[in-house]
Design a protein around this ligand. Structure first.
Ligand code: ZN
Length: 261
């Protein structure tokens, strides 16, 4: 395959990449996975991601945001700092932000408050949102509807058909991870992915998490990395019944247009 593919969700500042971050980026590029969009999950992490991405102009980009798990650490200054980060040329979206009622690491009302603040920031700056939702669909969509959000990607989508329809009706983009490679857990997703128009579909590893279960050569430490995106692309292409090249080209164009890179 001759097409480059964009990994829209890499947690490259995660501690599991401390020893070999540069090699991970190089291996991704050698596997045609470029550029990478580094996911910012807390203020500190977003700062580190933006700083690191700044060293690889045109190859690495970053998002700036606070994951719902970390909402409890937010204050007014957090939003000011995110706004400063968002002004950097390598920062291309606000997020990862959203609601996670599965683990409830932050109280739900606190999650809603800081999700709303980040939605407002994205609208103020006219930037896309990189969204996370787990078992919180009702409150999540309510906040997005209230603010008439249009430019957003629901990353690592694993939801239901009605949820997918609601997102597509709102004009949102959908991020698909290696979850789809899981024989058992990913079964419903294999059917749903066919309903996502190619100009709304993006692919991501969510590395170092969600290592595809059916990799032929499994990494010894179980760590996922962006070089495995090609494997996810092929799984997605099989599900929708189109050649991998066509899906690669389409998802790359979609991601480049969405993040304006
Ligand atoms: Zn997430």
């Amino acid at each position: 395959m001759n097409n480059q593919i964009i990994d829209i969700g890499v947690n490259l500042m995660h501690r599991s990449f401390h020893q070999d971050r540069e090699q991970v980026v190089a291996r991704a590029a050698a596997n045609q996975v470029t550029p990478l969009i580094l996911t910012g999950t807390s203020l500190r992490n977003s700062l580190e991601a933006a700083r690191y991405a700044g060293r690889y102009s045109g190859k690495l980009y970053a998002t700036a945001g606070v994951h719902p798990h970390d909402a409890k650490s937010c204050n007014e200054e957090t939003i000011t700092k995110l706004k400063e980060l968002a002004a950097l040329p390598q920062v291309v979206a606000i997020g990862e932000c959203g609601l996670d009622y599965n683990r409830d690491f932050s109280p739900r009302d606190v999650q809603r408050k800081w999700f709303t603040e980040q939605v407002r920031l994205a609208l103020e700056l006219d930037m896309p949102l990189f969204l996370h939702e787990r078992e919180a669909f009702k409150d999540f969509i309510a906040i997005l509807k209230e603010h008439a959000v249009q430019k957003a990607v629901v990353h690592c989508f694993t939801g239901t058909l009605p949820e997918l329809k609601a997102y597509l009706e709102m004009g949102f983009h959908i991020g698909i991870t290696g979850w789809i490679c899981d024989e058992r857990r990913g079964k419903h997703l294999r059917d749903l992915v066919r309903m996502i128009p190619l100009d709304r579909l993006m692919i991501e590893t969510d590395a170092p998490f969600l290592t595809p279960r059916d990799l032929k050569e499994k990494p010894a430490d179980g760590r996922n990395e962006p070089a495995f995106l090609l494997h996810i692309l092929q799984a997605v292409a099989r599900c929708i019944g189109k050649p991998a090249e066509e899906v690669a080209k389409a998802t790359t164009e979609t991601a480049a247009g969405f993040f304006r890179i």
